[in-house]
Design a protein around this ligand. Structure first.
Ligand code: AMP
Ligand code: MG
Length: 497
């Protein structure tokens, strides 16, 4: 028996100012079909996952029915895409159904991505092929499980329609959940038009929604900028620490709430090389792994630019304040990055020696073309001076002997020789809960997409299930830990458009 679907909408953005969005209903699709509902996330949002899987639920997820309490809108924004200013973007294929207060007390957007044309569709069809929907579901949920702030996937459905890109693909819709979808580009849209009233409305909303601790401040907009700078420094350091390459860090793909958004041409680095780029449209390598912190800093400068008149009535003073807020980014980022990377080696305090060992380790990984993720993970199996134990990840992915000297100095610095077995075990567990063993490796994501295009969602479900526990090694699925073999390697990923 299917129950009535109840989504406890409590919409705020739609009440703010008509300049921020357009009212727009999703366009119904031919034949909605359920791929997956994210049960724990549905429960967090106060939605019965069973009901969401009913025919009525699937109709809502496909945009064929509008849930009670939903006030569907498409939001407007602008942005710098690959460095070039685009004054008019917006939700071209996404429709915000409304917001829900989760059982954690936080406000969440519930948005359909691929739900049809909007006033911001430009030349696009407002639709999404299945592949990008599956990729976003897999990678965003993996990021969540890895502890990285991210938008999430509540559901994926097929549309029964075909979507034309460089080929013809099945159509699909993702239900995306975010703390908000307010982007640097949202501020830019109004800042570029010198619509400071709208900028202020937006800034007040972001403070109330994401950073309520600022609301009593004497300089709330400066604190807003400082806080977003801090959040992004932390976020990008987390990306770097797991080898995540976003691929399309345009200012419209950076959320002021500090969550990762837009899993278009993203991928995880395998053999360590800071110059790694995946996106097929990133020909200059603008968004290469090593460039991500610098690009985030650049994007934040555009946020600052859009906030200037709110920072101080005197332009020169406003520029000085913005400059000071921005200038701390590299140091903040480095602090977070160094702390996270040293923790991956088992050091709680990122002192001089741990830092030197970290840099040397990365150099060795690059020289030996070793897998970034596995090389850190197997360190837990090298705490003793003997070989990794039978059945361990280290046995499956042994480090080459060229690392022996480094391993010796690493153990000395950790002081493993003087640890008792309990202390060693604690350290081993700490390393294993910091360094994931399962990631959405590019060839596995590709495999899930190819199968999905043939109507087989088995590999997709298997990957999603496995990635809910990225730190727990399950020997039954050991084939998922490995990087791509040369013939499987995915060297280019394509945008979701
Ligand atoms: P993205 O590259 O996904 O960040 O998208 C950049 C801009 O293009 C955004 O304003 C999107 O809403 C818009 N867009 C992307 N794909 C489509 C599509 N299929 N139909 C309409 N608009 C789209
Ligand atoms: Mg985008």
């Amino acid at each position: 028996m299917s129950q009535a679907v109840h989504i406890p909408f409590d919409n705020l953005y739609v009440t703010l100012d008509e300049r921020l969005f357009s009212h727009r209903h999703p366009t119904p699709v031919k034949q909605p079909g359920l791929i997956r509902v994210n049960d724990p996330l549905a429960r967090l949002l106060g939605i019965d996952p069973q009901a969401l899987q009913s025919a009525e639920g699937v109709n809502i997820l496909a945009g064929n029915a509008v849930a009670e309490g939903s006030q569907p809108i498409a939001t407007v924004y602008a942005g710098h895409q690959f460095g070039s200013w685009n004054p008019q973007l917006g939700d071209g294929r996404a429709i915000l159904l409304g917001e829900v207060i989760g059982s954690d007390g936080l406000r969440y957007d519930v948005q359909l991505k691929g739900a049809g044309e909007t006033p911001y569709s430009r030349m696009g069809d407002g639709r999404s092929p299945l592949g990008p929907v599956l990729r976003e579901y897999i990678v965003s949920e993996a990021m969540y499980a890895l502890g990285v702030p991210t938008t999430r996937a509540l559901a994926a459905v097929t549309t029964g329609e075909r979507v034309a890109r460089d080929d013809i693909f099945p159509g699909a819709i993702l239900t995306r959940v975010a703390r908000s979808h307010i982007r640097v580009g949202t501020f830019q849209f109004f800042g570029a038009r010198e619509d400071w009233e709208a900028v202020r409305t937006l800034a007040d909303h972001v403070i109330e929604r994401h950073y309520p601790h600022i609301s009593g401040s004497t300089a709330p907009y400066l604190e807003l900028l400082q806080t977003v700078v801090e959040r992004q420094a932390q976020l990008i350091a987390q990306w770097q620490s797991i080898g995540f390459i976003h691929g399309v860090m345009n200012t419209d793909n950076m959320l002021v709430g500090g969550e990762t958004v837009d899993f278009g041409p993203c991928a995880f680095m395998e053999s360590y090389d800071p110059r790694t780029v995946f996106s097929s449209i990133d020909r200059q390598g603008r968004y290469a792994y090593a460039n991500q912190p610098g690009i985030a800093h650049w994007n934040l400068a555009w946020l600052a630019q859009s906030l200037l008149p709110l920072l101080h009535p005197d332009e020169k003073t406003a520029l000085e304040l913005a400059g000071q807020a921005l200038n701390v980014f590299p140091d903040l980022y480095n602090q977070h990055y160094t702390r996270l990377m040293c923790k991956k080696l088992g050091f709680e305090e990122p002192g001089e020696e741990p830092r030197a060992l970290m840099i040397e380790f990365l150099t060795l990984l690059q020289q030996e073309s070793l897998d970034f993720t596995l090389s850190f993970r197997v360190l837990a199996d090298y705490l003793g001076s003997e070989e990794p134990a039978a059945g361990s990840v280290g046995e499956l992915y042994p480090l080459p002997f060229t690392l022996n000297d480094w391993l010796g100095r690493w153990r000395d610095e950790l002081g493993v020789a003087s640890m008792d077995s309990n202390q060693l075990q604690t350290l081993r567990q700490q390393l294993q809960s910091t360094n994931p063993v399962f990631l959405p490796r590019n060839h596995r994501v590709e495999e899930a997409i190819q199968a999905g295009n043939r109507g087989d969602f088995g590999p997709f479900h298997k990957l999603v299930d496995l990635l809910t526990k990225p730190f727990d090694f399950d020997p039954d699925h050991s084939e998922y830990i490995f990087p791509a073999k040369p013939e499987e390697a995915v060297t280019r990923t394509f945008c979701g458009t």
